[in-house]
Design a protein around this ligand. Structure first.
Ligand code: ASP
Length: 415
């Protein structure tokens, strides 16, 4: 029996191959219809199962993570290193995105007529950075019961942070409650182990759907842009992030890939950092062996805030739209794109195509036509796979790097 990792890999390859074949058979046939129906059903059950454990898991992971971190004298360092890592790795990703777009300049000479119709019917809600920021701030502090029920991850994260800190400040008196959370977390991890048994089937179905339903005509029209984005995203994921990891922790990319692949494949297939979160936590703790308190803090926070792939994409796509519109963005305008893309990526929830929604903010910031998002929508399902994978990779690498720094500080100052 192949290992779970091997099964997932085989399932991914088979899913893409069979989906590609199905695409040839054509959407009119009964086989196509039924296979797609079955794939849809299995894919959605897989994601539903992951979402089922998501909120209880995030909640208990953070409470326990923070409570245990607080016990460590270096909690301030963990906060700082985590946030510095998030901002620096996203900045690197955006610089890379802007660099390749300025170099390759895809988008010049594309016939816009093809997209005119969808652009006319495209609707969007106006956003300005101040409003966006106010909304973002409001969304942080909510009635926890409401946030838990709605599955609003960021608000759940914030409440869990408060609760974790309160538990530690309260000390011995709340020991029992902390123990209950700890046991509860163990139970969730057990359930995730069961859900992972059907991960190969879920990933197979997702990728089959993706390959069977892609619109090839649009893919070829926008080929240069698509290849530029995929190339830059992969470069960040395969070269930049692993280099950072190696430089700071001396862990090799191969070692990382072995431990992280379940999560990376799940992210690729589902295009959702949130849905992947249970798997990310499992891989970071059990395979990459990062301390539970650090994983519990960095990974859930990173799933909503740390999005290298999304930041790269939002910055690059703004330049693409400028090229299509025949506008040459100046250096200072590109600086604005850089800053708003950072906010937009941090504000995007870890859901499929969430980056497309916050993209409006980036386009508006430099006066680009927002309707042009209609051009990006048909290719988003494909690009989202890559950027979500790199988003999740960034969270796992971030945990390893934060752990390394905290260990260093521990040895210098003593525990
Ligand atoms: N799908 C991405 C994620 O979940 C967000 C995005 O649309 O960029 O990480």
């Amino acid at each position: 029996m192949p290992s779970l990792n091997q099964q997932i890999f085989i399932a991914a390859v088979l899913g893409l191959a069979i989906g590609g074949l199905l695409h040839h058979v054509g959407s009119a046939s009964v086989t196509y219809e039924w296979t797609l129906y079955a794939a849809n059903l299995i894919a959605s059950v897989f994601v539903d199962l992951l979402k089922m454990v998501l909120i209880p898991l995030v909640f208990s992971t953070i409470v326990v993570g923070v409570a245990n971190l607080q016990a460590n004298k270096n909690i301030h360092q963990v906060w700082k290193v985590t946030l510095i890592f998030f901002v620096s790795s996203m900045s690197l990703a955006m610089l890379l995105g802007l660099f390749v777009m300025n170099w390759i300049r895809p988008g010049e000479g594309i016939h816009l007529a093809m997209f005119q119709e969808s652009m006319n019917s495209f609707e969007y809600s106006k956003m300005n950075p101040a409003e966006f920021f106010t909304n973002f701030l409001h969304s942080l502090f909510q009635n926890p019961i409401n946030a838990l029920a709605k599955g609003d991850i960021l608000a759940v994260v914030v409440f869990a942070l408060f609760l974790g800190i309160a538990l530690v400040v309260g000390g011995e008196r709340y020991r029992n409650i902390l123990n209950i959370f700890q046991e509860f977390l163990d139970l969730m991890m057990r359930i995730i182990g069961w859900i992972m048994l059907i991960a190969p089937l879920g990933i197979f179905s997702f990728l089959l759907k993706l390959a069977a339903t892609q619109n090839l005509e649009i893919l070829t029209t926008l080929a240069t842009f698509i290849l530029t984005i995929i190339g830059a995203t992969l470069f960040h994921g395969v070269v930049v992030l692993p280099l950072l990891l190696y430089a700071i922790t001396r862990k090799t990319p191969l070692w990382f890939w072995r431990g992280a692949r379940e999560a990376l494949m799940t992210a690729f297939a589902t295009s959702s950092s949130n849905a992947t979160l249970p798997v990310t936590l499992r891989c970071t703790q059990e395979k990459l062996k990062v301390r539970k308190d650090i994983t519990g803090f960095v990974v859930p926070l990173g799933a909503t805030l740390n999005m290298d792939g999304t930041a790269l994409y939002e910055a690059a796509a703004a330049l693409f739209i400028a090229n299509l519109a025949g506008i040459d963005l100046s250096l200072s305008q590109q600086l604005i794109v850089f800053c708003t893309a950072m906010i937009a990526a941090m504000g995007a929830p870890g859901m499929p195509s969430a980056g497309m929604v916050t993209m409006v903010l980036v386009l508006q910031s430099v006066g680009l036509p927002v309707e042009a998002i209609a051009i990006l929508l048909p290719i988003d399902r494909l690009l989202d796979t890559f950027r979500t994978t790199v988003n999740v990779e960034g969270d796992m690498i971030g945990s390893l790097i934060v752990e390394r720094y905290v260990a260093k500080i521990d040895t210098v100052f003593g525990d």
